[in-house]
Ligand binder design. Structure first.
Ligand SMILES: Nc1ncnc2c1ncn2[C@@H]1O[C@H](COP(=O)(O)OP(=O)(O)OP(=O)(O)O)[C@@H](O)[C@H]1O
Ligand SMILES: [Mg+2]
Length: 437
């Protein structure tokens, strides 16, 4: 019997772009993590394009003249399933008959798993013998805690996996008629129940995953930090402490407060577009925000309320933190000078991210940024090193690929909470059924 080699896909199903990192637990010489590329880029569009007969996935080039484009599938699915339209900021378009955004989300995740699998196969020179592939998908923390969105995204991940296992990999084109047949063969009701202890195997909070990298990096000193992730659909702030001192290795990590809001760069784009009465799809502004804001004072003024909405995540996370620290003056003092890691596409837009670097306790205290170094065990699939500019986008997928990593909540500042699941999860890697499902 060939030896089993476990490889875990971390699927960061993003609102605008998805990112995938796989971790090879059996790599000769030690674990390696690989950032998956599609057409040379690790930003894999999450949108779905629909022609008269077929769906296209991971497509960068189609325009609205040639097909119907469905952007922000993750947020449109959240809006659909909760009935809360405020999750989505782009234009509304009718779907092909018989489909929902939940269906499109399943198809996109099936496609992402397939891209991951194809990258694994290439990495192994086509020899997949003995490989056990597993996956974890990221969800915003607010979704992870939401009574409707948590089971919903769990079912998206599990159904996509089930379809992948039964039907094989999905390429970039799928006939709409075939999609209907696949869904008829694998209805949502076919997804088995997931026991509570297994939920984290399938879905994990993006916020927690993003802390993996700073914790492991030798360049990051112990201390209090805020991690700010400004994505297309959501923004998140986590306030956490890395425990240790300059003499000893880091002893642990725990968060004190963490909040995400369903507002991000898509809302910035909407505000910019509204400010100058721009016709068409505001999401076409994606990636151009800094240049537009720099040259257009009216647009800059118009995004102020959105910046405030994004800042709410930091404020709320600080309130949670403050409640735990208020009786510990030295710890409270230490938090006056915490530093900020910023990730997500919004971190590349100084006119957005700089406005968030103010201590939520008031007093106009500036929060200094911290720069991350690329992790030494992460490589691009083309063998090129990870560039500094890649980091804000790939931190979540990197953490998701690491099935060992979990961050406990700190209840008091003077006790380092144990990382309870660390060994437990490693033990479970030895359980075949974790990967066989
Ligand atoms: N150079 C860039 N490349 C891509 N996106 C950029 C760039 N600069 C700014 N952005 C903005 O960042 C957004 C994408 O950020 P990111 O990839 O972190 O979001 P996401 O993961 O898709 O969303 P979410 O985490 O909310 O689901 C784009 O929609 C765009 O508005
Ligand atoms: Mg994201």
């Amino acid at each position: 019997m060939p030896q089993i080699r476990r490889i875990h896909l971390g699927v960061d199903f993003g609102t605008s772009n998805s990112k995938i990192v796989f971790r090879d637990y059996g790599a000769p010489g030690g674990e390696r993590a690989i950032l998956v590329l599609r057409d040379g880029s690790f930003l894999i569009p999450s949108r779905v394009c629909a022609g008269p007969m077929e769906f296209f996935f991971g497509d960068r080039t189609s325009t609205a003249d040639t097909c119907d484009i469905y952007e922000s599938v993750k947020m449109q699915a959240a809006a659909e399933v909760t009935g809360d339209a405020s999750y989505y900021f782009g234009p509304l378009k009718p779907l092909p008959e018989g489909f929902s955004f939940a269906d499109l989300a399943v198809l996109v995740v099936w496609f992402l798993i397939s891209e991951g699998q194809s990258a694994v196969s290439k990495y192994l020179g086509g020899n997949m013998e003995g490989v056990r592939l597993g996956m974890s998908m990221g969800v915003p923390m607010a979704f992870y805690k939401h009574k409707v969105l948590r089971p919903f995204f769990l079912s998206v991940a599990r159904r996509a996996w089930l379809i992948y296992r039964a039907e094989g990999p999905l390429g970039p084109v799928l006939l709409i008629e075939k999609a209907k047949k696949v869904f008829a063969r694998h209805p949502a009701s076919a997804v088995p129940e997931t026991p509570d202890y297994d939920v984290r195997t399938w879905i994990r909070s993006e916020a927690e995953a993003a802390m993996c990298w700073p914790f492991q990096s030798p360049a990051v000193a112990p201390g209090p930090y805020v991690k700010m992730d400004v994505g297309a659909g959501t923004s998140h702030a986590s306030l956490y402490r890395i425990y240790g001192d300059s003499q000893t290795p880091k002893r642990g990590i725990a968060f004190f407060g963490a909040t995400s809001v369903a507002v991000g760069m898509d809302a910035v784009d909407r505000a910019i577009a509204d400010s100058d009465g721009r016709a068409g799809d505001c999401l076409e502004l994606r990636g151009t925000e800094q240049a537009v804001l720099q040259s257009n004072p009216k647009a800059l003024a118009a995004i102020k309320p959105v910046q405030e909405d994004i800042y709410v995540s930091y404020k709320r996370a600080w309130i949670e933190t403050y409640r735990k620290l208020q009786e510990y003056p030295p710890e409270l003092a230490a938090w006056r000078v915490h530093r900020m890691f910023s990730i997500g596409g919004g971190s590349l837009v100084p006119l957005v991210i700089d406005s968030l670097r103010i201590h939520p306790a008031g007093g106009n205290i500036a929060i200094a940024p911290t720069v991350l170094e690329p992790p030494p065990d992460l490589f691009r699939a083309d063998g090129n090193p990870i560039a500094q500019g890649d980091l804000p986008f790939s931190a979540v997928a990197y953490g998701l690929s690491n099935i060992d990593f979990s961050v406990p909540e700190a209840l008091t500042p003077d006790e380092v909470p144990p990382m309870p699941e660390r060994n437990e999860r490693r033990k479970r890697l030895d359980r075949d059924d974790l990967y066989a499902k």
